[in-house]
Write a protein that binds this ligand. Structure first.
Ligand code: MN
Ligand code: MN
Length: 414
């Protein structure tokens, strides 16, 4: 173990040291003095006698050996579902990361849920709006709007749903192998474990009231569950058309669907470096409080330096691996590494970029508590500001600035 640790440490330090040497001649790595660059002549400064856990530590080279341009002292903006405790039931499981677990995440809390084929997430509602992203399999959703118009729909990998705050809904895994999905609530404090459940209300209403309310004898309810079901194994539903026919009311369908196919929508940006797809209230009309971008970065691709003026960004890392540096006033700049199942968070107006550091596509979601998606591109700003003005800030001539991308590519290379 000791020799393995030494090898890992030496390898990481070596690659970072060479980056540091390059950066030293350009950036500002030593004021305030931080990073490997400062350990020249004193290699003991880099050693880490322990305790340590190489399996975890090895996933965070940027935390262990920050780029010399980093200035630490920023709230932790990394979290993960990978180490979130599962609530396991017969029919599936759920795990969550709320602001109670992840202090920086004020605007969004996240849930990762698995339903088996036939597994049912009980009929319920809650105070926050719910935005769902299908990461695997097939699922049937039901919802009733406040006018009494119902929707039943099937969703697949890459699809979304949006359930406005307080509207009642359900989810059920379909064949062949159920589903897994992400839920985002539009409130960092919202928890999946205090939703308002159908079975709880029945079990805590006097039987004579149930009888009067539904116009049937009280004995009808002799076998209701006395404890909540939450997630339970059910029978696979029949054909979608039959379920849709069974919920029809004279009021018809909701005017705008509560589901949207984000993964198979046309990209709004498509470059050599990757693709960006967007869903917000402009194209997914019901999604009044959540906007999202699904970003694919090919190996080596870069999500360009940018920020969001309208909302904090909550990220879900789906595939591949990458690195993000977040920049704030101070100056402060912190770099972190991300893997599938991880969560990132960037406060409104903090600058950031994301680099694909793996040899496969990187895919992640940017989720915002906003009715619309918006970003401000650093390159777009600098190419739409008088060149002589920019040139005097950066000591770069105007002809060079004219080569910067001026069309918001979102993903580099163009
Ligand atoms: Mn829900
Ligand atoms: Mn962003």
């Amino acid at each position: 173990m000791i020799s393995r640790r030494k090898i890992l440490t030496a390898a990481a330090a070596g690659s970072v040291a060479s980056t540091a040497v390059r950066a030293a001649s350009f950036g500002n790595p030593d004021e305030p003095p931080q990073g490997v660059i400062n350990t020249k002549g004193n290699p003991a400064s880099l050693t880490d006698p322990g305790p340590q856990n190489p399996a975890i530590g090895g996933q965070f080279p940027s935390a262990q050996f920050p780029p010399p341009t980093d200035v630490s002292d920023m709230p932790h903006f990394w979290a993960s579902f990978n180490n979130a405790a599962k609530r396991v039931q017969d029919g599936g499981w759920a795990r969550q990361v709320t602001q109670a677990d992840f202090a920086i995440a004020e605007t969004i809390s996240g849930v990762d849920m698995r339903l088996t084929a036939g597994g049912i997430r009980e009929l319920h509602w809650h105070l926050a709006a719910e935005w769902g992203y299908m990461s695997y399999g097939n699922c049937r959703i039901t919802i009733l709007d406040e006018m009494g118009r119902a929707q039943v729909a099937d969703v697949k990998e890459g699809d979304l749903w949006y359930f406005p705050a307080g509207l009642p809904h359900s989810l059920q895994g379909l064949g062949p192998d159920g589903c897994e999905f992400l839920l985002c609530f539009d409130d960092g404090k919202a928890t999946e474990y205090n939703t308002i459940l159908l079975t709880d209300w029945f079990a805590h209403t006097p039987p004579d009231i149930l009888a009067e309310n539904f116009g049937v004898p009280a004995e009808t309810f002799a076998k209701i569950p006395l404890h909540q079901l939450y997630i339970f194994q059910g029978k696979l539903p029949g054909a979608l058309a039959a379920d849709q026919a069974s919920v029809k009311s004279a009021l018809g369908l909701p005017p705008h669907p509560f589901t949207f196919s984000l993964g198979s929508s046309a990209p709004v940006k498509h470059t050599k470096g990757g693709e960006v797809r967007i869903a917000d209230s402009n194209n997914f009309n019901v999604s009044k409080t959540i906007a999202a971008a699904l970003v694919t970065l090919h190996s080596g691709g870069l999500r360009e330096m940018h920020w969001h003026h309208n909302a904090d960004e909550w990220q879900y890392w789906i595939k591949g691996k990458g690195r993000m540096t977040v920049f704030d006033s101070g100056p402060r700049a912190v770099t972190m590494d991300f893997n599938p199942g991880d969560i990132g968070y960037v406060k409104r107006s903090n600058g950031h970029y994301i680099k694909n550091t793996g040899d496969t596509d990187l895919q992640f979601l940017e989720v915002f508590r906003s009715s619309y998606y918006a970003d401000v591109s650093l390159s777009d700003w600098l190419t739409h500001t008088p060149p002589e003005l920019v040139a005097q800030h950066l000591n770069v001539d105007a002809a060079t600035i004219a080569k910067f991308p001026n069309n918001k590519p979102a993903v580099m290379p163009e």
